[in-house]
Design a protein around this ligand. Structure first.
Ligand code: 5GP
Ligand code: MG
Ligand code: MG
Length: 180
C-alpha cells in the first residue's frame, strides 16, 4: 500500500496500520468473543470518544446476543495528569451480575482502564474484561490483564480510526503515526 502523509495542526503523520489489517484483526477478536461469551449475554461498554469506530466494526461482527452502552469518563486533572477516573458518565444500566466487556481505543499507561475497573467493581459485575484496539505494552504502569488486544504497538503517538490529535483525525479510516 502506498504510504501517505497528512498534517493535523502542527504535526505530520504517516500511514501506519491500514484499514484492511485493522478489520482482519478485529474480525479475529470478534470470533474469540463469540466463543467466550456464549449464553452470557455480555454488556459492552464502549468508552467515548475514541472507541466509536472500533466498537462499531467489532460489534457488527459479534453474533452472541449482547447489549451495548456508551460511556464517557471524567478524570481528575492533577499536575501529573495521571488521568485518574473521577466519574463514569452515561452508565444507566444495572451491571450487577452482568458480564461486562470494556471497549477502548488504546491502553497506554493503563491509568484509565485501571480507574474504570475500580469504579465498575463497586457495582459487583459477574465479570469484567477489556477489549482494546491498540495497546502499548512498554508504557503500561499497572498490573492489568487486557484479554482482547487487536494490535500492540511501540511507544509512538498515533491517530485515526477514532483516535485524535487535539480533536482532529478521528475520522481517518487508517491509523497514522507521528513522523519523528
Ligand atoms: P492511558 O495512559 O490511561 O492508558 O490512556 C489514556 C488515553 O490517552 C487513551 O484513552 C487515549 O485517549 C490517549 N492516548 C494514549 N496514547 C495515545 C496515542 O498514541 N494516540 C492518541 N491519539 N491518544 C492516545
Ligand atoms: Mg480511550
Ligand atoms: Mg484524545
Amino acid at each position: 500500500m502506498e504510504p501517505r502523509t497528512i498534517r493535523l495542526h502542527d504535526c505530520e503523520f504517516s500511514t501506519y496500520i491500514f484499514e484492511e489489517e485493522i478489520i482482519a484483526r478485529i474480525t479475529m477478536l470478534a470470533e474469540k468473543i463469540d466463543t467466550d461469551y456464549q449464553h452470557k449475554k455480555p454488556l459492552f461498554l464502549a468508552v467515548l470518544n475514541g472507541s466509536f469506530m472500533f466498537a462499531a466494526d467489532l460489534l457488527k461482527r459479534v453474533s452472541v446476543p449482547c447489549e451495548i452502552a456508551f460511556i464517557r469518563l471524567s478524570s481528575y486533572q492533577d499536575m501529573n495528569s495521571t488521568g485518574k477516573v473521577k466519574e463514569v458518565l452515561g452508565l444507566t444500566e444495572n451491571i450487577e451480575d452482568r458480564h461486562i466487556v470494556i471497549l477502548e481505543d488504546i491502553v497506554d499507561t493503563g491509568h484509565t482502564v485501571h480507574g474504570l475497573l475500580q469504579k465498575l467493581a463497586e457495582q459487583k459485575p459477574a465479570s469484567v474484561e477489556v477489549a482494546t484496539l491498540l495497546m502499548k505494552p512498554e508504557c503500561l504502569q499497572h498490573e492489568l490483564a487486557v484479554k482482547y488486544v487487536a494490535r500492540t504497538i511501540p511507544n509512538d503517538f498515533v491517530v485515526g480510526y477514532g483516535l485524535d490529535y487535539n480533536g482532529l483525525g478521528r475520522n481517518l479510516r487508517d491509523i497514522y503515526k507521528i513522523v519523528s
